[in-house]
Design a protein around this ligand. Structure first.
Ligand SMILES: C[S@@+](CC[C@H](N)C(=O)[O-])C[C@H]1O[C@@H](n2cnc3c(N)ncnc32)[C@H](O)[C@@H]1O
Length: 368
């Protein structure tokens, strides 16, 4: 795989489906909103009076952050009624930017903040967060949720699992080393973009102090389930060995120590670029589909609702992992069977399934 700096082969579902299928992601951003508002409250008046820029990196279709962005605008308007406010939405070039435009401009299913205030400038960028997105010294608050676990490239395939959480030995070492480099690269670019005194509020998937991570909070391990189904397809001869290995997801879940290191180690280039860790904590946001199953008890309904949320973020990787020698129809059929198998598994034995989110919530400041 070539490295163009954006996470190749990853695309969230388009057509506005992303925000509809990912209620949990909106809950995560809503829970982070007080942190963003506190970051703004701590900024000196003179730094926002003449203009304020917020970025939302890895925004997908922008639907999940509309409420948060609206709250930021309200907060800035209270302090600086005339200041122009730019909201820079960025994602990878293959993102569905049409869906983003529809959501921000009120053509989608969500209420937008756009008509509520004057002097607002939504801007859109297809630049990866592995590059500089904004001109130097122009960013007040950089925000990102549930995006920076996607690595800049897949450093190798994993021979016995689909995610680094199941990797071992040299393969795990290679993922770790790449993730270490990626996290520093993300931060160094942000250090350039931020105004002195500016802040980052980053809500990233991670591994918490008790070893919990996405879909692994005590019930059935979601990534092991992904792996088990692909392994059964391999055993049945539905896919080839190299296709199984291609299913490796280019992701890594940093621990609190891994997130903190470049911001606390005084010899690190990130620290020397002026970034400081103000706050880090880990939180779990429960899977909304598993929670509503606990109330309604209808396993069929749970399975029908739960699988699409998983599909939004891993279907493109799995599809691209299948051999191009296979006719398109056959590849589509395998993918349908994969999610169908998963759905049946959840329907027949629903207890313990769910995709609880495990995030590190960070506030980082740029030295004034
Ligand atoms: C799970 S979605 C999160 C969307 C939204 N921030 C939220 O929390 O609901 C992850 C997003 O990160 C984007 N992404 C992945 N790698 C990226 C990169 N290198 N640069 C920018 N965006 C990236 C994906 O395209 C996707 O839209």
């Amino acid at each position: 795989m070539t490295n163009r700096g954006h996470s190749e082969g990853i695309t969230m579902s388009g057509g506005g489906l992303y925000s509809l299928a990912t209620l949990g992601a909106k809950h995560v951003i809503d829970a982070a909103t007080p942190m963003v508002l506190d970051a703004i409250a701590s900024m000196p008046q003179e730094s926002i009076a003449n203009g304020f820029t917020l970025s939302d990196m890895g925004t997908a279709d922008a639907g999940t952050s509309l409420t948060m962005v609206g709250s930021v605008i309200d907060a800035i308007r209270q302090r600086a009624p005339q200041a122009p406010i730019s909201i820079v939405y960025s994602d990878q070039p293959r993102n569905d930017f049409n869906a983003l435009i529809a959501n921000v401009y009120g053509l989608g299913p969500f209420e937008t903040y756009l008509d509520k205030h004057e002097n607002l400038f939504p801007l859109v960028s297809g630049t990866t967060f592995y590059k500089q997105i904004l001109p130097a010294g122009t960013l007040d608050v950089g925000f990102s949720a549930t995006a920076m676990h996607w690595m800049s490239r897949k450093v190798c395939n994993i021979s016995n699992h689909v995610q680094a959480v199941g990797a071992e030995g040299e393969e795990l070492d290679r993922f770790r080393a790449q993730a270490r480099q990626d996290w520093r690269q993300i931060l160094l670019h942000r250090a350039v973009e931020l105004k002195p005194g500016g802040k980052l509020v980053l809500i990233n998937f991670g591994c918490d102090e008790q070893g919990r991570y996405l879909g692994n909070t005590g019930g059935v391990n979601m990534f092991d389930t992904f792996n088990r189904i692909w392994q059964s397809f391999l055993e049945q001869g539905r896919i080839e060995r190299h296709e199984y290995e291609n299913m490796t997801l280019p992701q890594y879940y940093n621990t609190v120590e891994e997130f903190s290191a470049p911001l606390t180690d005084t010899s690190d280039a990130v620290y020397q670029a002026g970034l400081r860790l103000e706050h880090i904590d880990t939180r779990i946001v429960k899977c909304p589909f598993a929670e509503s199953f606990a109330e309604h008890g209808d396993a069929e309904k749970f399975a029908e609702e739960y699988i699409p949320t998983i599909r939004t973020w891993n279907e493109s990787i799995y599809f691209n992992g299948l051999s191009e020698q296979r006719p398109l129809e056959e590849r589509r059929e395998i993918i349908e069977d994969y999610y169908g198998t998963y759905r049946d598994l959840v329907r027949d034995n629903p207890e313990g399934h769910g995709m609880d989110y495990v995030h590190a919530y960070m506030v980082i400041s740029k030295q004034a």
